[in-house]
Design a protein around this ligand. Structure first.
Ligand SMILES: Nc1nc2c(ncn2[C@@H]2O[C@H](COP(=O)(O)OP(=O)(O)OP(=O)(O)O)[C@@H](O)[C@H]2O)c(=O)[nH]1
Ligand SMILES: [Mg+2]
Length: 329
């Protein structure tokens, strides 16, 4: 899952990228794989003491300056989520900065939509379902709104997916505080929410410094500054949740693992993400909801209580399900 870090020159993108990497020496030109913090996985690991614990991961890209040049926009088009860092150093006009960034995304989508429409008209396909949709979204974007707020149904989303519209992707706005604890974020907040985006202020410089402190001392240091937790793990969690994925778990002696899965996916699809044979020869899934397992972390007890669920191929996997696959190939 790719996440693009974009923003105006000098906004602190690379500082944030280095903080995510936990090292100031990381090559910001390369993709960075980061583990998604997961309390449920930590609990399962404590119970089972496996040889390996495998978190879900996300991959960050530092989109170089200027982020909004056509070439660099391509990196964003390939990403599932866009994070825009806003330079809050001078406590400047956050709202204006946000609008500027948002306009870049919308304009880029408008250009693509107009080109495509012109072509369809020339080929006398101007009345097709796709053309009608393109006209509708164009009118929406002309009001200055991103496609995030266009309320598109799943058929319409399918029609648009070949274009990978930038203003449709989940957007996380990160004002980089740069050591300024008090910022006028309220006005920004309204603007960001009305555009269907979310807001997460972070102090990139502080986060980078924190990675140099022993993890045992980190919490104390944070509290001495009046913060309750590192913004970095919140940032990773938020970007992951913007992906609209659920997580299911497998547990065993060798490994305890978190598996990302599309919302609404069925048990055989979950099985297939583990191994294609599991999907092909899928017979059934044995399912323990996490909450129940958290209360009674013992398969035998759950079995005796009649709480081991046996699910077939139409079962829609739920977030937190602990799953064993029975298959035959
Ligand atoms: N004190 C402080 N300085 C910061 C912070 N974030 C960034 N800086 C400084 O601001 C400058 C630009 O930061 P970068 O992270 O390189 O910004 P960038 O967005 O990657 O910039 P370009 O890639 O050059 O467009 C650097 O000198 C950083 O040290 C911060 O949170 N606190
Ligand atoms: Mg940079």
């Amino acid at each position: 899952m790719k996440i693009a870090l974009a923003g105006k020159p000098g906004c602190g993108r690379s500082t944030l990228f280095k903080a995510l990497a936990g090292s100031a020496d990381v090559d910001t030109g390369k993709p960075l794989t980061v583990q998604v913090p997961d309390d449920r996985l930590d609990f399962l690991t404590d119970i089972h003491m496996p040889e390996k614990k495998i978190n879900a991961t996300v991959v960050f890209y530092d989109v170089p300056s200027p982020s909004f040049s056509p070439g660099n926009m391509a990196v964003m088009r390939n990403a599932a989520v866009i994070i825009v860092v806003i330079d809050n150093y001078a406590l400047g006009d956050l709202e204006a900065d946000f609008s500027e960034v948002e306009s870049e995304l919308i304009l880029s989508d408008m250009t693509i939509t107009e080109k495509r429409l012109a072509r369809m008209r020339k080929e006398s396909r101007g009345k097709s379902r796709e053309a009608v949709l393109l006209e509708r979204i164009l009118a929406h974007m002309e009001t200055g709104q991103p496609l995030r707020t266009a309320s598109l149904d799943s058929n319409e989303l399918d029609l648009l997916s070949p274009y990978a519209p930038l203003s449709l992707k989940p957007l996380l706005v990160v004002p980089n505080r740069m050591g300024e604890p008090v910022t006028p974020e309220n006005t920004l907040h309204e603007g960001v929410l009305s555009h269907g985006a979310s807001l997460l202020p972070i102090d990139a410089g502080l986060e980078l410094e924190l990675t140099e402190i022993e993890s045992d001392d980190r919490q104390e240091f944070l509290e001495s500054l009046g913060y309750s937790s590192s913004g970095l793990s919140r940032l990773i969690r938020e970007s992951y949740s913007a992906l609209d994925l659920i997580v299911f778990y497998t547990i065993g002696k060798d490994e305890v693992r978190a598996w990302p899965l599309r919302q609404g996916a069925t048990a055989p699809e979950a099985a297939g993400s583990i191994h294609s044979d599991f999907a092909r020869g899928f017979i059934r899934a044995i399912v323990m909801p996490y909450e129940l397992y958290h209360e009674f972390p013992d398969r035998t007890i759950l079995k005796d209580r009649g709480e081991l669920r046996i699910e077939g191929k139409n079962y829609v996997v739920q977030d937190g399900d602990i799953i064993e696959i029975r298959f035959n190939v």
